[in-house]
Design a binder for this molecule. Sequence first.
Ligand code: HEC
Length: 362
Amino acid sequence: MRARSSWMLGLALFCSACEDPKFDSPLTLGSGQVVPPSQLKAGYEAYMQYCRPCHGDKGDGRGYSAYGLRPPPRDFTQQKFKFGGVNPENLPPDSELKRIVRGGLHGTAMLPWDITDRELDAVLQYIKTFPKRACVEQGGKPEECKSRWETEAPGTPVAKADPKYEGQRKTDAIEQGKRLYHAKAQCSGSCHPNYVTHQELFEISKAMTGTEMTAFSPEMYHAQPKDSEYCLEWKAGWKKLDERECALPVKVMPVDFTRDPVRAGTSPAELFRTIGSGIGGAGMPPWTGTLTDDELWALAYYVGSLTDLKGTPAVKALHQKLQDPANLAWLPPPKAEPAVPGTPAAPGTSAPSAPRSNTPSR
Ligand code: HEC
């Protein structure tokens, strides 16, 4: 028994030694950062101690503790990030990756890590080495296996300082955010749940977009699951990172703000950043550019007000109001018959030009 366990220990040491990646020369990663081999070695050591159980020896998200975790740990070979705080088409800068590792992601196995700055700096450089190594291991040529970390500069963070709305300004922002959420920004409908009655939704849509809804989906008060770009299993036989095809995509569930933990935080500034930058690979587009900063703050304050309701009697009352049979049965009054061509419309009754149906769909 004793001989056997010491043999197993020897094998474990032998194998971890043989997997120890060799970094003989500096690597240029991120925006031209030259990373010396000593830092990559320190990063490897910190990674093996803290991150490997979930993110795996090869950084592919398949560590021994990863089995069955939802969401699954990030596969760093994919070079895609959800909460990078930049346009998801860009890689996140180290400052944003540090925020994620230090703060953790609420409601997931990604806990906040209280490691030294030196370890954190090193581990972030180390995780950038996984994509190329995965590609070379597949038989790809090193020059064709260049990672995005080697060729691209990271994006610019969208974060802004919280305007700290108070009193009436805050109430107005929340009201504006509620209208934006349910109409212009289309947060609800096919992703997140709605939090207003049929009648309120009809009125908000009409006032904001001119659309007169004619029907309501029975699913409108539930989040709708989505396929994401994250991958649990790749099809075999790839040789270039951007040619990989996914055999098993990860499904993601948009957050219900009155029930679920919100991964990257619920303060107005955190929500502004998540809504502004979108959630990479998970179908949530970046809203900066489409919405003004004022509108983004309004949304952040509204979503924050929903998360504040969690666990209070008010949230129970809201859910009861929405699930009330009278609400679920509410339909807009039938529209007046369109005027027969040639007959002049009575003043004040002309309908807005052909309203689009905005029925929330799955
Ligand atoms: C107990 C499991 C676990 C450990 C240990 C762990 N992580 Fe994670 N990590 C996760 C999970 C799960 C996610 C995916 C969360 C999601 O998709 O919402 C994640 C996501 C990430 C992301 C991606 C965030 C994004 O915006 O896409 C980074 C970066 C990361 N982890 C770094 C680290 C580092 C560095 C360490 C070690 C210091 C570490 N993790 C340790 C489970 C873990």
